[in-house]
Design a protein around this ligand. Structure first.
Ligand code: HEC
Ligand code: HEC
Length: 338
């Protein structure tokens, strides 16, 4: 008996430092709806036709959500506000495959690949990295640390149902699009009071401001345009005062040897090197989620092991600062949109 208790104690004391170094979960990065939170008023009515600035097209809100006008989901086709501004989308990207329950990639990640804070910006990712992630998801090597993050689990199901050919088609389509940041970082103490809806933080109009505290609130720059999935209307990330400068120090120097400078692998300007993805100008909520997921062991692909020395000592505060800084780093010009 005594021996077992001793062994257990030893186990606990060995495990302690690792647990102590781990960050607590950045709930703000996952935006799982809180039960009983106030409902947001509808912005657009079903059945009416709407437009967005710069597009001649008109869609109903249901169509924008990939639904038929009776609100049912049969063949899910992503509404494309600017079909002239990109190459023809491969079938899997534009339509998905209803038979295999694959939702059109462009519905969540948008035809221009900018994505939203609750999914991922995927434009300009090197095809090798892109396909590597899909294969990791298919093989159970990448998942979300949050069991209630439904869209991340859906993403894995799509990867499992896709053929290699479809992975390649989607990867080549998105790799050919330039990555352009569409998040503006603002340092502040207070933010408009907001609730989690559709995986995003949306302001509750007329309810004033609240303390930002230790989190990042990323919210649409124009809620009505984002409600119509306007792929040109971006986001504002409210971050704590001083977060960008502190993040810069961690990212560029590895601050006190607690981590490795990100540029060593992600490139001098953080715009990516070879199959290592760019981390400049990306959604801070996406970034923070991945860092926390990695720390919780939710990424175990061959390449992901390179990140181990980086995230091992990242605390919750570090994650906020790192995400605030990387989101504010300019994206290098990558050629013309197509
Ligand atoms: C229902 C919404 C949804 C659809 C549809 C969708 N995805 Fe995703 N995708 C996600 C989410 C959510 C994530 C990020 C998961 C996370 O944050 O844990 C993601 C992440 C990714 C990533 C990883 C990006 C990175 O930087 O590592 C790739 C690649 C990707 N998706 C490709 C696709 C492709 C290809 C399709 C079409 C077959 C597709 N997605 C359809 C929601 C979606
Ligand atoms: C030793 C090399 C190395 C260093 C240093 C490094 N990374 Fe990475 N990082 C990688 C690799 C490799 C991947 C891709 C993993 C994969 O392919 O599965 C990656 C992926 C990521 C991702 C996921 C990107 C996506 O599209 O989903 C994030 C976020 C990230 N790194 C953030 C950082 C930050 C922040 C730092 C600095 C604090 C950093 N990394 C330092 C090697 C590194």
């Amino acid at each position: 008996m005594k021996k077992t208790a001793g062994a257990e104690l030893l186990f606990v004391s060995l495990a302690m430092p690792a647990i102590a170094a781990e960050s607590s979960k950045p709930d703000w990065a996952y935006a799982v709806p809180v039960p009983g939170q106030p409902a947001l008023p509808k912005i657009h009515e079903d059945g009416k036709l709407y437009g967005v600035p710069g597009s001649k097209l008109r869609f109903t809100r249901n169509k924008v959500q990939g639904l038929n006008d009776d609100g049912k989901r049969t063949r899910v086709v992503a509404a494309d506000w600017f079909p002239g501004e990109h190459h023809r989308m491969p079938r899997i990207v534009a339509d998905g495959d209803a038979g295999r329950k694959i939702v059109a990639c462009a519905l969540c990640h948008s035809p221009n690949g900018r994505g939203r804070p609750q999914n991922a910006g995927i434009a300009g990712l090197l095809a090798e990295y892109f396909i590597g992630q899909l294969r990791d998801m298919r093989a159970g090597l990448r998942h979300s640390a949050e069991p209630r993050k439904k869209n991340a689990h859906a993403m894995i199901d799509f990867a499992k149902a896709m053929t290699e050919r479809e992975m390649r088609d989607a990867a080549l389509y998105y790799a050919a699009l330039p990555w352009t940041s569409w998040v503006r970082v603002v340092e502040t103490d207070t933010v408009p009071r907001s609730v989690s809806a559709d995986g995003m933080m949306l302001p509750l109009a007329g309810t004033g401001r609240e303390k930002l505290g230790n989190r990042i609130v990323e919210t649409p720059a124009d809620v009505a345009r984002t409600d119509l999935r306007d792929p040109l209307s971006g986001f504002i990330a409210y971050v704590p005062k001083g977060a960008v400068a502190k993040g810069r120090q961690i990212v560029t120097t590895g601050k006190n040897g607690k981590t490795l400078p990100c540029a060593v692998c992600h490139g001098q300007n953080l715009n990516g090197v070879g199959p290592i993805p760019g981390i400049a100008g990306r959604s801070p909520r996406y970034m923070a989620r991945q860092l926390y997921d990695m720390q919780r062991g939710a990424w175990h692909g061959a390449m992901a092991s390179m990140m181990k020395p980086v995230f091992a000592k990242l605390t919750a505060q570090y994650i906020i600062n790192v995400a605030a800084y990387t989101a504010s780093v300019p994206v290098a010009a990558q050629g013309k949109p197509r």
